[in-house]
Design a protein around this ligand. Structure first.
Ligand code: SF4
Length: 161
């Protein structure tokens, strides 16, 4: 819903703060998730993630969340599914060239990012969307990627969280 989506961008700082608390907890619980089994967890976590993020961001469950790099404005709501925006078609009033009734997702992203502590992430080039992840939980993927990263990388080049 557009109204709630706008609210989320307006409160991007607070939402970022909540996520920065939530993510390490998710990661620390990896051993618990592992015992339960990631495959078994996928469905219930996906349902919870979809309910929360669907309401807050109109999440399309792309499975590789980029909200922290897009000012809490979900880039999958861009009609062109641009992961790096905006395109050259933003109208003078900040609306989308494809859906004139809608504010450009990336104009909103810029607004949201200005309030966030990690606003520099907005300038990083995002990977193209991998559609094979569509419909899966990005929360579980964050944990699995972190574990994989720690296993594969030598201590001195590991990404610090
Ligand atoms: S970037 Fe992907 S996972 Fe994140 S809110 Fe948008 S569709 Fe959902």
């Amino acid at each position: 819903m557009q109204l709630i989506r706008n609210w989320s961008v307006k409160h991007s700082r607070g939402l970022e703060y909540i996520y920065l608390l939530f993510e390490p907890v998710l990661i620390r619980l990896h051993k618990v998730w592992n015992v339960i089994g990631y495959e078994r967890l996928e469905k219930p976590v996906r349902v919870i993630e979809k309910s929360i993020k669907g309401l807050m961001f109109d999440c399309q469950m792309c499975g590789q969340c980029a909200l922290s790099s897009s000012g809490m404005s979900c880039s999958m709501n861009c009609p062109k599914s641009l992961r790096n925006g905006p395109c050259g078609g933003v109208r003078m009033d900040g609306t989308c060239e494809v859906k004139p009734e809608m504010r450009c997702v990336w104009v909103e992203a810029w607004k949201g990012a200005q309030q966030m502590s990690q606003c520099e992430k907005m300038k990083e080039i995002q990977q193209p969307v991998n559609y094979s992840f569509k419909g899966s939980s990005s929360w579980l993927r964050v944990v699995q990627d972190d574990v994989k990263n720690k296993q594969e990388m030598p201590d001195d080049v590991r990404i610090k969280r």
